[in-house]
Design a protein around this ligand. Structure first.
Ligand code: SF4
Length: 282
């Protein structure tokens, strides 16, 4: 995809440098100052250590992509529905459909917002850009951070239940038996594991049961006619956090090294860049 850098306010084309101008986002090996690492950076590490290193230690920026606005909209609308149920502390219709009788949307404690008005702590947990959930990794300077889609509450076990909304289109029916067959779903699973690890670190009791709320857009015979229909499927996931500490430690070791890791030989982006550099030298 061709991506031209523009001023985000005026839309004017500006010079693309390929690196961030925000120096605080660049990690210096063995620095003492606290450094925040988002869930997506951890996912970068698990996918390609080189790309992770170039972003975190060198400030490289991936070309920007257009936002996933349709997916974001389903998230926003679902959040509205869940917030209504949260205020009344009643199960959402999907919980009733799946007979999850002990679950309700989590009504976290109230806190004061910047303008002095009350808001839920959960609102900050969902705002990954400005707050999110955070936990210091052991006695290091690394703060793990992420933004949850939603948290539910098991009224019986008194545990938090992590939920993530996913919008998609697949012709095949979404089912528990096949949902995790796609290799890229590993990233989805890791995402919930990582959130569970942080919330546990923050002192919360977290259920090992987590859920993906899948909104699967249907291809219907009668055409579009201004509306899209979705199947809604709840996929259960068993949280695993036992592998995370080793991986996070490996990630920190990479950050504290001056050696740039190798590229991933299956990566099409790097292959493209290598081919282009051959042409550039001609
Ligand atoms: S292999 Fe791909 S993911 Fe890794 S550094 Fe190259 S472009 Fe990035």
């Amino acid at each position: 995809m061709i991506s031209l850098k523009r001023n985000s306010k005026t839309g004017e084309l500006v010079k693309a440098t390929g690196v961030t101008s925000q120096k605080f986002r660049i990690y210096t090996p063995n620095q003492n100052k606290d450094f925040t690492l988002s869930r997506s950076r951890f996912d970068d590490f698990m996918t390609c250590e080189r790309c992770f290193y170039l972003k975190v230690n060198k400030g490289f920026m991936s070309p920007s992509t257009p936002g996933w606005t349709l997916n974001t909209l389903t998230d926003t609308l679902l959040k509205k529905e869940f917030d209504e149920c949260r205020a009344k502390q009643i199960p959402h219709r999907i919980m009733t459909k799946y007979n999850l009788r002990d679950l309700v949307p989590y009504a976290s404690e109230k806190i004061k917002g910047k303008n002095g008005s009350d808001k839920l702590l959960l609102d900050e947990w969902r705002d990954s850009l400005h707050y999110g959930i955070k936990h210091r990794f052991k006695d290091t300077n690394i703060i793990l951070q992420g933004g949850v889609d939603d948290v539910w509450f098991n009224t019986k076990s008194k545990e938090l239940v992590i939920a993530d909304y996913k919008s998609q289109h697949k012709k095949d029916e979404v089912s528990q038996d096949t949902y995790f067959d796609d290799p890229y779903k590993e990233g989805y699973q890791r995402q919930l594991d990582y959130y569970a690890y942080i919330l546990k670190g923050m002192g919360y009791k977290v259920s090992s049961d987590a859920y993906f709320y899948i909104c699967n857009a249907k291809e219907v015979d009668q055409g579009f006619h201004g509306k899209m229909l979705f199947d809604e499927v709840l996929i259960h996931y068993k949280i695993k956090t036992d592998y995370l500490e080793d991986e996070i430690q490996k990630m920190i070791d990479v950050m504290n090294s001056s050696e740039i890791p190798n590229f991933h030989e299956s990566c099409e982006n790097c292959a493209y860049a290598r081919q282009r550099s051959v042409i550039d030298k001609l």
